[in-house]
Design a protein around this ligand. Structure first.
Ligand SMILES: Nc1ncnc2c1ncn2[C@@H]1O[C@H](COP(=O)(O)OP(=O)(O)OP(=O)(O)O)[C@@H](O)[C@H]1O
Ligand SMILES: [Mg+2]
Length: 249
């Protein structure tokens, strides 16, 4: 039997871990609220820019070069507006379980990360099974799972560029599955064993908390699903997540 002093120190360590995680969650929630406010503020001027530029383009006699410039202003403003609406949607915290389309949710996250992929020279390839049934799930949690795995893949291809491949398919009785693979540097075997551990990170201080995959695995397992990873230096890394269509119904 474990000596009481050792058990006490285990319990104290777990409590400290939980408190740190709570503090982190609180900070992120606060940040979410602040950014939702900023995004809201950005939307009004963006709408003004979009409608004003469209009015200018409808005017007669505007030189072609000006029309071209205004149309660029308009399309960039529309892109920003699309992004800010996505952010608002993403930071909303409605914990509602509903019928969710996995392919559409993947597209939503990939659009959201379009710029992050492009600036790293990453090309996205998709292979969706369009016959998949919807899954009963909290869409925000699914987005969180996808975001964590895809951001890691993009970060792995930071300097090299590469291909991010996403694939959806049916998986056995009452389950759907998605694969997210990259052709980054891969994960060495001694690291692979630890990637789901809380606070495990190979990133520089301030660049990674080491909570992403820990949270992802907990979310997937709470939903009754499972997550697997394969990785090699030659082929890169592939995460495979299986989720039940009707968990807890
Ligand atoms: N696709 C990948 N290719 C290479 N290494 C990866 C990949 N995905 C995860 N890893 C490794 O797993 C580690 C843990 O990932 P995790 O998402 O938990 O934390 P993180 O990305 O370091 O920080 P954050 O909490 O900000 O997400 C990473 O630091 C990285 O070493
Ligand atoms: Mg991460």
């Amino acid at each position: 039997m474990k000596d009481p002093a050792a058990r006490y120190s285990d319990d104290a360590a777990i409590t400290t871990d939980l408190l740190r995680q709570l503090a982190y969650n609180e900070k992120m929630a606060e940040l979410g609220k602040i950014s939702a406010g900023i995004v809201h503020e950005l939307n009004s001027p963006l709408s003004v820019i979009i409608s004003a530029s469209q009015m200018i383009m409808r005017e007669e006699g505007v030189p072609d070069s000006v029309v071209e410039m205004i149309s660029r202003i308009s399309s960039e403003a529309q892109r920003l507006s699309h992004l800010t609406k996505g952010l608002l949607h993403f930071s909303s915290h409605d914990e509602t379980v509903s019928d969710v389309d996995l392919n559409l949710t993947l597209d939503f996250i990939l659009n959201f990360l379009n710029y992050e992929a492009a600036r790293r020279g990453v090309v996205v390839s998709k292979e969706y099974d369009f016959t998949l049934p919807t899954i009963l799930i909290d869409a925000n949690l699914l987005k969180q799972i996808l975001l964590n795995i895809i951001m890691n893949a993009l970060q792995a291809m930071e300097n090299s560029g590469g291909t991010l491949h996403v694939e959806t398919s049916a998986a056995g009785e009452g389950c759907v599955c998605f694969h997210i693979s990259d052709n980054g540097p891969g994960i060495p075997p001694e690291t692979l064993e630890r990637i789901f551990d809380r606070y495990f990170t190979t990133k520089k201080v301030g660049e990674g908390t080491g909570l992403g995959l820990f949270v992802t695995k907990s979310l997937v397992e709470n939903m009754g699903g499972n997550i697997n990873v394969t990785s090699s230096k030659a082929e890169g890394t592939c995460f495979c997540v299986t989720l039940p269509i009707r968990h807890g119904v």
